[in-house]
Design a protein around this ligand. Structure first.
Ligand code: BGC
Length: 739
C-alpha cells in the first residue's frame, strides 16, 4: 500500500506554495515589511487626522456602532465606504439579512468549510493555520468583507465548554502559534482579523452574566498569552470583547483589560469591538477603550450606547471629543491597513476554488489523531477486504452548518459513507447500519435536549450487530454533533450520547475488527470503549472534505499525524475545574481555583493518569528520537537555548511526527507545573530518513509570573528540558542552569 507524504506532496497551487518558503525567507519578507511600515505609518496617521478634522461629531459617532447586523455605515461625502464584518473562524459565514438573523438567500456565498479550531490545533502545524488564513481572506474579499470574526483563542478550561470546538487548545503556546499564523495570513490579504473572545469566555453557561475571577498569575501564564501574541506578533487589527464580566467589570468596559493591558501593555492600535450585544454603557465603555458597538438588541440603531447617547455624552462633557477621535482613528487605521481606500490594489478574492478545497482537505488530513491501533488493524488492507460494515449516525451526518455563529453554508460536504462508497464501493461490499439515532434537537439558549439523549435503541443496535457480523471489519462513526459542540450552551456531561457506548460494545463483540472513528470537537469519555475495540481514530468535525479525508486515513492513503490539543480525561471529575467544583460557578460567579494548573499542567502535577495525554497521537510508521542536546549547559537570562535532536523514520511508510519540548523547573520559590510546553515542530520524513532538528527557547520564556514582583521571573537555578512525542512519552531529558 502506498502512503502519501502529507507535506508538501499534497500542495499544488501557487497560493499554497507560499507555505513552502523556508522559515528564514519568510521572516526576511516580514522584516522588510516592518521597515517599510514606519514611513507608511506616519503618512497614514496624517491622512487619519485630516479625515477626522473634516467630520461632524455625528459622523464620527456613526463609525462607532453597527447600522445593521454585520455592517457599519460609511461617510459617503468623505469617501469612507461602509464596513463589512463577517463571522467565521473556519469559513466565511453566508450572508445574513441586514436587519434580522435570517439568511439572505444569496446564491454566491457557499464557502469553503475548514475543520474547526480544535482540529486546526491538532495538526500542530502553524503552516496550515497560515494556509487557512489565506483561503479565508480570499473568500472574505470575494464577498467584499473587511473584517473576519476570528480566530477564537480562548483556552479550553473544561471539557464541557460548548465552544471548545471553535477554540483550539488547553495550552497557551499551541494556541498562540496557530493564531499568529492565521492572523498574519488573513491580514496579508487585506482582511482584518478579530481575535475573540477577550477575555475569559471559557464557558457558555451564563456567558452573558458570569463574573470570572482568577489570579494574576493564571491570567498572565494561561489566559493572556494567545491574545498577547495575536496582537504583538500577529498584529491583529481588531479584538472582540467577550460577553462576560472579568473581576467584576464587563469585558466591554473593563479598564484593566482594555486600557491597561490591551492598549498600554500590548500597544494595540486597532479596533476593540463588542461581541454581538455585549455593550452595557456609553460613558464607561467609551472611557475604558471600547471603539465599536455591534449586535445590540435594539431596533433603532440610534438608541445604541455608541450612537445618540455617545453624541449626548460628548455634548455634556462626559466624554472628551478626543476620546471619540481616538476611536475613529482606530477604525480608520484598520481601514487603511486593509486597503479599504485603495480598492484597485486590494485583494480581489476568489471563492471555493479547487485550491481552497484542497486546503480544507489538507487541514483535515493533518488533524486526525490515531489514538489506538492494536494489532496494526489500520490502515485497512483494502485489497484483502470483501466487506465493511459502516455504522453510526455520524457516517451520514453533515456538520458544517452547525454550531451557531461559526456555521458555514458549505458548497458541499462529503460524509464518510459517501466517500467510502465512492472510493471502495466498487471492490468492497459496504453494509451500512445507522446504529444509533440523533435523539436531540438544538435550541439556542435552552439546549436541554442534550440531557435526554441517552436512550439505547436496541433495534438499531441489532441491525448494526448483524451488519458487523457479516463484514470483515466494522467501522463505527460516532462522537458528537453540533447539538453538543455549540455556541450558547455547554455540554452537560462528557459521555458519548445516544447509547453509543453500548452500541460500540455490542458491535465489538460481534466483530473483533471494530474501528471507532470519533467525530467531535471537544473531549468525550472513551473509558467504556477503549478496552473493547482495537482501533480508535479521532477525526474531528472535518469540514467539507471530512468524508474523503477519513476514507483516505482508513485506507492508508494518508498517514495520521495529528496530536491531541487537549488532555482526554478518563472521567470529567479528573479535570481540574470539575475536581475543584468550580465549573460553571455559583451565583453567576466563577473563580478559576485550579489557577495555572489547566489541562496537562494539572494532570501531570497531580499525577493523574488521563485516558490519553495532551500531545498524544500515533502514526502508521515509527520514529526514533535521539541525540538530544543543548548548545550550552548554563545560560544568561537574555540568552536563547538551542536544543537539537535527531529524528528517524524507522518504519516503511511516509509520515510526520510532532516533537514537543517541555520544560520543568524542579526548585522554584512558587509551585510550577510538572512540565510546560515551550517549543514544538512537526517533521515530515520518508521511510528511513533522518533529520537533525533545532528548537529554540528563550530563557525568558522559562519564567513564571511573579505576583510579588508584578513581573516575569526566570529564577536562577536548574531547569530540565524534556523532549517527547506527547506530554507523557518523553524520550530524553537535559539539565541546564540559568545564571
Ligand atoms: C458570538 C461571536 C460572533 C457574533 C456574531 C456572538 O454570539 O459570540 O463569536 O462573532 O455572535 O455572530
Amino acid at each position: 500500500m502506498k502512503l502519501q507524504l502529507l507535506q508538501p506532496g499534497l500542495l499544488r497551487s501557487s497560493l499554497l506554495n507560499i507555505l513552502l518558503l523556508p522559515a528564514v525567507l519568510l521572516s526576511m519578507v516580514l522584516a522588510t515589511d516592518a521597515q517599510q511600515t514606519a514611513a507608511g505609518d506616519m503618512a497614514t496617521e496624517q491622512k487619519i487626522r485630516t479625515l477626522i478634522s473634516q467630520m461632524t461629531l455625528q459622523e464620527k459617532v456613526s463609525l462607532l456602532h453597527g447600522n445593521s447586523k454585520f455592517y457599519v455605515a460609511g461617510i459617503k461625502r468623505l469617501g469612507i465606504p461602509e464596513w463589512a464584518l463577517s463571522d467565521g473562524p473556519h469559513g466565511v459565514r453566508a450572508e445574513i439579512n441586514r436587519h434580522d438573523w435570517a439568511y439572505a438567500g444569496w446564491t454566491n456565498d457557499s464557502a469553503t468549510c475548514f475543520p474547526p479550531g480544535t482540529a486546526l490545533a491538532a495538526t500542530w502545524n502553524p503552516a496550515l493555520a497560515y494556509q487557512q488564513g489565506l483561503v479565508l481572506a480570499e473568500e472574505a474579499r470575494y464577498r467584499k468583507k473587511d473584517v473576519l470574526l476570528g480566530p477564537g483563542v480562548n483556552i479550553i478550561r473544561s471539557p464541557l465548554c460548548g465552544r471548545n470546538f471553535e477554540y483550539m487548545s488547553e495550552d497557551p503556546l499551541l494556541v498562540s502559534k496557530m493564531a499568529v499564523a492565521y492572523i498574519k495570513a488573513l491580514q496579508s490579504k487585506d482582511v482584518a482579523a478579530s481575535v475573540k473572545h477577550w477575555l475569559a469566555n471559557n464557558q457558555e453557561e451564563h456567558r452573558d452574566s458570569i463574573d470570572v475571577t482568577m489570579s494574576e498569575r493564571a491570567l498572565r501564564e494561561i489566559y493572556l498569552p494567545a491574545f498577547k501574541a495575536s496582537v504583538t506578533e500577529g498584529g491583529a487589527y481588531t479584538v472582540m470583547a467577550a460577553y462576560n464580566r472579568f473581576r467584576g467589570e464587563w469585558c466591554s468596559e473593563n479598564d484593566y483589560l482594555n486600557r491597561q493591558l490591551l492598549r498600554n501593555e500590548f500597544g494595540f492600535k486597532g479596533v476593540l469591538m463588542t461581541d454581538w450585544s455585549a455593550a452595557h454603557s456609553t460613558v464607561k465603555a467609551a472611557l475604558t477603550g471600547l471603539d465599536l458597538e455591534m449586535g445590540t438588541d435594539k431596533k433603532d440603531y440610534n438608541e445604541w450606547y455608541f450612537a445618540s447617547p455617545l453624541v449626548k455624552a460628548v455634548e455634556e462633557g462626559k466624554v472628551p471629543v478626543s476620546v471619540v477621535d481616538e476611536k475613529v482613528g482606530n477604525v480608520l487605521r484598520v481601514m487603511f491597513n486593509t486597503k479599504v481606500f485603495d480598492e484597485k490594489n486590494r485583494e480581489k478574492g476568489t471563492m471555493n476554488t479547487p485550491a481552497h478545497q484542497q486546503a480544507a482537505y489538507h487541514a483535515a488530513a493533518e488533524a486526525a489523531v490515531l489514538l489506538q491501533n492494536k494489532g496494526k488493524l489500520l490502515p485497512l488492507q483494502v485489497d484483502k477486504l470483501k466487506s465493511i460494515a459502516v455504522i453510526g449516525d455520524n457516517a451520514t451526518r453533515k456538520h458544517c452548518s452547525g454550531g451557531l455563529s461559526s456555521e458555514i453554508k458549505t458548497l458541499y460536504e462529503i460524509t464518510p459513507l459517501q466517500a467510502l462508497q465512492q472510493k471502495l464501493g466498487a471492490r468492497v461490499k459496504i453494509n451500512y447500519a445507522q446504529g444509533y439515532e440523533k435523539q436531540s434537537t438544538f435550541r439556542e439558549g435552552n439546549n436541554t435536549g442534550q440531557s435526554s439523549a441517552d436512550k439505547v435503541d436496541w433495534k438499531l443496535i441489532d441491525e448494526a450487530v448483524a451488519a458487523a457480523r457479516e463484514s470483515d471489519v466494522a467501522i463505527i462513526f460516532g462522537g458528537l454533533n453540533h447539538d453538543f459542540d455549540t455556541e450558547s450552551s455547554d455540554k452537560q456531561n462528557m459521555d458519548l450520547p445516544y447509547g453509543q457506548e453500548i452500541l460500540i460494545q455490542e458491535v465489538a463483540k460481534a466483530n473483533p475488527n471494530t474501528i471507532v472513528v470519533i467525530i467531535a470537537g471537544s473531549p468525550v469519555k472513551l473509558a467504556g470503549i477503549v478496552h473493547r475495540v482495537p482501533a480508535i481514530l479521532w477525526s474531528w468535525f472535518g469540514g467539507m472534505e471530512a468524508g474523503n479525508v477519513v476514507a483516505d486515513l482508513l485506507s492508508g492513503k494518508i498517514n495520521p499525524s495529528g496530536k491531541l490539543p487537549f488532555t482526554l480525561p478518563v472521567s470529567l471529575s479528573q479535570s481540574p475545574a470539575h475536581a475543584l467544583g468550580n465549573f460553571p460557578g455559583r451565583d453567576l460567579k466563577v473563580n478559576y481555583e485550579e489557577d495555572i494548573l489547566v489541562g496537562y499542567r494539572w494532570f501531570d502535577t497531580k499525577r493523574i493518569q488521563p485516558q490519553f495525554p495532551f500531545g498524544y497521537g500515533l502514526s502508521y510508521t515509527d520514529f526514533s528520537i535521539s541525540h538530544f542536546s543543548t548548545d550550552k549547559v548554563s545560560y544568561g537570562k537574555n540568552e536563547i537555548i538551542h536544543a537539537k535532536f535527531t529524528i528517524k523514520n524507522t518504519g516503511s511508510l511516509h509520515g510526520a511526527e510532532v516533537v514537543q519540548l517541555y520544560v520543568s523547573d524542579p526548585v522554584c520559590s512558587v509551585l510550577r507545573p510538572e512540565k510546560e510546553l515551550k517549543a514544538f515542530e512537526k517533521i515530515f520524513l520518508k521511510p528511513g530518513e533522518t533529520k537533525t532538528v533545532e528548537l529554540q527557547v528563550k530563557v525568558a520564556d522559562l519564567a513564571f509570573y511573579d505576583e510579588l514582583k508584578k513581573a516575569w521571573n526566570a529564577e536562577a537555578g536548574e531547569y530540565i528540558l524534556q523532549i517527547g512525542n506527547s506530554s507523557h512519552n518523553i524520550f530524553q531529558k537535559e539539565k541546564i542552569s540559568v545564571k
